[in-house]
Design a protein around this ligand. Structure first.
Ligand code: SAM
Ligand code: SF4
Length: 352
C-alpha cells in the first residue's frame, strides 16, 4: 500500500510541483518517511549531476557593513568585531592562488561596504576574467541596477542574494530599512541583466514557522534560481538574536531535499553554516540533494574577523585546498568537478 508521503514524493518526482500543504507534510516527515525523502532527493541529484561536486571558493574580502540585520554578526552596531578590508591586490592574489590550485569559481563576498567603489570592483573582475579563467560570483548585498550592470559588463557571471525569509513582516523586522519587495526587485534586476542567480534563505530564524519554510521553498521555486543556499540560522552573541536557538540540522536537510525535488537542475550547496554546527553536516547534505561546496579561501588573518556567526575552530582550521577537498570527497564517493559549474538549465545562455 502506498502511504500519503510516498504519494507526495512520487508527485514531486514526476511534476516537480507541490502545494504548500504537501510541502508541510514533507517538512514534518520523520523516521522512515524522512529517509525516503532523502533517498529520492539523492537519486534525483545523481541522475542530474552525477557524482560531481562543484567547489566554489569564497573570499570574504570586507567585513564592514552599513546594514543592521538582526541575525548577522557583521551588523554595523557590533562594535566588538575587528573590521578589515582586503586590498584589491590581496583579493586578486587570493583568487590567483585559488585558480592555481584548481578552483574554477570564485565568490567575492562582503558586507554592504561603499568603500569599494563600483568601478574599482569592475576593474578587479575584469582583470580576474582576463587573466585567471574563472567564473565569478558576486555577493555584496543590495545595490542599484546600474551597480549590478557595471559588474555584469565587467564579467561577473553570478550574483548571490538570498531572499532570507519569505515572511514580509519578519523580513522587515530582521532587516531594518529594507523590504522583502525591495530584495525581490533586486533579484528581478539581476535576472534581467543575465546573471545566474543564487537565492536561498535561513532555516530556524526566530519567528519563522513551518508555514514560512514552505513559503520559502515555494518562493525559491517561483524565482527559479540557478543556485539556492539553504543553511541554519546560528545566533551571534553581539546581535539582538543572541540567546535564540540554532536552526535544526535535520530541518535544514529536509528543506534541501524538498528543494531538490522541486528544482531538479538548481545547484544546491551543502552550506558552511551546516558544517559549523556538525562536522558531518556538509556530507549529510551532499547525500540528500546538495551538489556544491563553498570552501572558505579567505586568508587566515581576515577569516576570523568575518564572523557572521561564531565559527567553530574546526571550521576555521579546515584544510580548504582543492587537493584536500578532492581527497575528502573521494572518501565520500564523490568527485570534484573540473569545470566552471555554470547552470545546466537548458536554454539559459541562449536566452541572454
Ligand atoms: N551582505 C551580503 C548580503 O547580506 O546579502 C552578503 C554577505 S551576508 C553575511 C551572507 C549571508 O549570511 C546572508 O545572506 C545570510 O543568509 C547569512 N547569515 C547572516 N547571518 C547569519 C546567521 N546568524 N546565521 C546563518 N546565516 C547567516
Ligand atoms: Fe550586512 Fe549582509 Fe550581514 Fe546584513 S547579512 S549585516 S547586509 S553582511
Amino acid at each position: 500500500m502506498t502511504t500519503k508521503i510516498e504519494k507526495v514524493i512520487t508527485k514531486a518526482l514526476i511534476t516537480h510541483e507541490l502545494n504548500k500543504e504537501e510541502i508541510i507534510m514533507l517538512l514534518e516527515a520523520e523516521g522512515k518517511d524522512k529517509e525516503l525523502l532523502f533517498q529520492e532527493a539523492d537519486k534525483l541529484r545523481k541522475n542530474n549531476f552525477g557524482d560531481e561536486v562543484h567547489l566554489r571558493g569564497i573570499i570574504e574580502f570586507s567585513n564592514y557593513c552599513s546594514r543592521e540585520c538582526f541575525y548577522c554578526g557583521l551588523r554595523c552596531q557590533n562594535h566588538v568585531v575587528n573590521r578589515n578590508r582586503m586590498t584589491i591586490d590581496e583579493i586578486y592574489e587570493a583568487a590567483k592562488e585559488a585558480r592555481n590550485q584548481g578552483y574554477m569559481t570564485i565568490v567575492l563576498q562582503s558586507g554592504e561596504d561603499s568603500w569599494y567603489k563600483v568601478d574599482i570592483l569592475a576593474e578587479l573582475i575584469n582583470k580576474m576574467k582576463d587573466n585567471l579563467d574563472l567564473a565569478i560570483t558576486m555577493s555584496v548585498g543590495e545595490h542599484s541596477k546600474n551597480f549590478y550592470k557595471i559588474l555584469r559588463e565587467a564579467g561577473a557571471d553570478r550574483y548571490l542574494l538570498k531572499h532570507e525569509t519569505s515572511d514580509k513582516e519578519l523580513f522587515e523586522k530582521l532587516r531594518p530599512g529594507t523590504t522583502l519587495q525591495g530584495r525581490l526587485n533586486r533579484l528581478k534586476d539581476l535576472r534581467e541583466l543575465g546573471y545566474q542567480i543564487g537565492g536561498g534563505f535561513m532555516v530556524g530564524l526566530p519567528g519563522q514557522s513551518i508555514e514560512t519554510l514552505a513559503d520559502d521553498i515555494l518562493l525559491t521555486k517561483e524565482l527559479d534560481v540557478e543556485m539556492a543556499g539553504i543553511g541554519p540560522f546560528i545566533p551571534h552573541p553581539e546581535t539582538p538574536l543572541r540567546g535564540y536557538p540554532v536552526g535544526s540540522v535535520s530541518m535544514v536537510l529536509k528543506v534541501i531535499a524538498i528543494t531538490r525535488l522541486l528544482l531538479p537542475l538548481t545547484h544546491l550547496p551543502a552550506t558552511t553554516a551546516l558544517a559549523n554546527l556538525s562536522p558531518e553536516g556538509r556530507f549529510k547534505a551532499l547525500s540528500c540533494g546538495a551538489n556544491v561546496i563553498m570552501p572558505d579561501l579567505t586568508p587566515m588573518i581576515y577569516k576570523t574577523n568575518y564572523e557572521i556567526y561564531p565559527k567553530s575552530s574546526e571550521l576555521l582550521n579546515f584544510d580548504n585546498s582543492f587537493a584536500s577537498w578532492e581527497k575528502e570527497l573521494l572518501q565520500h564517493g564523490r568527485r570534484v568537478s573540473k569545470d566552471y559549474g555554470h547552470t545546466p538549465k537548458p536554454g539559459f545562455f541562449a536566452k541572454l
